[in-house]
Design a protein around this ligand. Structure first.
Ligand code: C2O
Ligand code: CU
Length: 491
């Protein structure tokens, strides 16, 4: 994959030239049945988007295929996905497939797993899709700038037999910091954002537009796939008058259950699949509200009931008044179950930020006081080490935080010794969240990103079954910039 662009392009054209039946007939993978792989082309380039809605000036953004969010990629579990990414940005870029268990070389981390895609070049990502669920893709180079400018999209892997719902809807939530003129503020990676809660914005979008009311038909059942693609904003969504059931978290099935405390918390990087039964009556309205920041609660949108009972197509009978019962659990994905009795435990301490107790930490092998860290745009440490970042000569020279033996089970005891929230993401694996502050979790959910509350301890368990060097970082992108990042080596 490391070839010059023109050579790569030639190889690409060769590989898929003369395909009378389209890419699905390409003979590169004879082992798979026809149609078992999908091909997508993504062009990352400057574009304009109506993030403030029609009737306002468009914002200059960076987008995949001219859309913010990028096109939703849909494939089937067990298929192979090939994505040709072309970079027409004024900067280098890469694409990371968040939550998908891909081979390390396809993970999209610049310098660590691949060279950056330079302007004018292409890179072909190709990998199998072992797990069904709701995932997403995004740039992993200068993430705090490139995601904020719009480089992200949803990636849905459908179950072989998707559960019966009347509509399957994706909500990609984003939060923008716009100027008065409605343009993306260029204040990326400010010292304040790095050392506090990250770049919290002033304009929330749902699928790239100001959220609009969702019209429901009485009696219908929806599957709602929610993705938090914001740099820093955490959402805690509640649904007035409804009892949605959580069926998957970060793409992985979970025993169906109601929203804990009446809200679903989604920190940056996290996803949630809900089953929502439209139990209201014609003409009614209910709010979907966000209460994560108690002094800044707001209504995201209204659920609005149309006048007629549900009848999308003649083959679908209206369901009004009929109880559908709780949703069935989704079939589990083929994840290796950690052996807790044999697992080795590693403690991982997160420190830093304003009002924290971090006095000194190591940056590039040098022990520095907090003040000089801050001057270099750094504010966070993982086990006493501040990551210098992805840049050439950085990430791949930093010693791994952990060496995990391939195939072994581990418990990572995460300790948040800061006064801030941190959604911690591990690449290449899913893990079970087994305990919070020493108490077992009710659902032992699989995740790839776990939200730690201030001063919280969270135990996660996994089998280190995917070899390679994997990023392990806070998904508040300004915290990642500020040093809250490390490499976990599985070998
Ligand atoms: Cu969603 Cu390392 O990222
Ligand atoms: Cu953080």
């Amino acid at each position: 994959m490391n070839l010059p662009a023109d050579l790569r392009r030639r190889r690409w054209l060769l590989a898929c030239a003369a395909l009378p039946l389209g890419p699905a007939a390409c003979a590169l993978r004879p082992a798979l049945r026809p149609g078992a792989w999908r091909e997508v082309a993504l062009v990352a380039a400057p574009a304009e988007a109506a993030v403030r809605g029609a009737g306002h000036a468009q914002a200059a953004v960076w987008a995949y295929n001219g859309q913010v969010p990028g096109p939703e990629i849909r494939a089937r579990q067990g298929e192979r996905l090939r994505v040709v990414v072309e970079n027409r940005l004024p900067q280098e870029t890469t694409v990371h497939w968040h939550g998908l268990r891909v081979p390390n070389a396809m993970d999209g981390v610049p310098h660590l797993t691949q060279p950056p895609i330079r302007p004018g070049e292409r890179f072909t990502y190709e990998f199998d899709l072992p797990d069904a669920g709701t995932y997403w893709y995004h740039s992993h180079l200068r993430s705090s700038e490139q995601l904020e400018r719009g480089l992200h999209g949803a990636l849905v892997v459908e179950e072989a037999q998707p559960p019966a719902v009347d509509r399957d809807i994706t909500w990609v939530l984003d939060d923008w910091r716009l100027t008065q003129a409605g343009q993306v503020s260029e204040s990326f990676g400010s010292a304040h954002d790095i050392s506090h809660a990250g770049r919290i914005g002033n304009a929330i979008t749902l699928n790239g537009r100001p959220p609009r009311d969702l019209v429901l038909r009485p009696g219908e059942r929806l599957r709602l796939r929610i993705v938090n693609a914001a740099n820093a904003r955490i959402f805690a969504l509640g649904f007035d008058g409804h009892e949605p059931q959580v069926i998957a978290l970060d793409g992985q099935p979970v025993a169906p259950h109601g929203l804990p405390g009446g809200r679903v918390r989604l920190a940056p990087g996290m996803r949630c699949d809900l089953v929502l039964d439209a139990t209201g009556q014609p003409g009614q309205r209910y709010a979907v509200h966000d209460t994560f920041y108690p002094r800044a609660a707001f209504d995201l949108l209204q659920l609005v009931y149309g006048k007629t009972p549900f009848a999308l197509s003649p083959s679908t009978e209206p369901r009004t008044g009929r109880s559908k019962g709780p949703p069935a659990p989704l079939p589990p994905n083929p994840l290796a179950e950690p052996d807790l009795a044999a697992a080795q435990t590693h403690e991982i301490r997160f420190e830093g930020g304003m009002m924290g107790g971090l006095h000194r930490a190591l940056l590039n092998g040098q022990s520095l006081p907090m003040m000089s860290l801050l001057r270099q745009g750094k504010a966070w440490a993982v086990n006493g080490v501040v990551s210098a970042g992805h840049g050439e000569g950085h990430a791949h020279h930093e010693a791994p935080l952990l060496h995990l033996r391939l195939g072994r089970s581990y418990v990572l005891a995460l300790r948040n010794d800061t006064n801030w929230h941190h959604p911690i993401h591990l690449h290449g694996h899913s893990f079970r969240v087994i305990a919070r502050n020493g108490r077992p979790t009710p659902h032992r959910e699989w995740r790839d990103t776990v939200l730690m509350d201030p001063m919280e301890r969270v135990d996660i368990a996994l089998v280190a079954d995917n070899p390679g060097d994997w990023m392990f970082h806070c998904h508040i992108l300004e915290h990642q910039d500020g040093g809250m990042m490390a490499v976990v080596r599985v070998a």
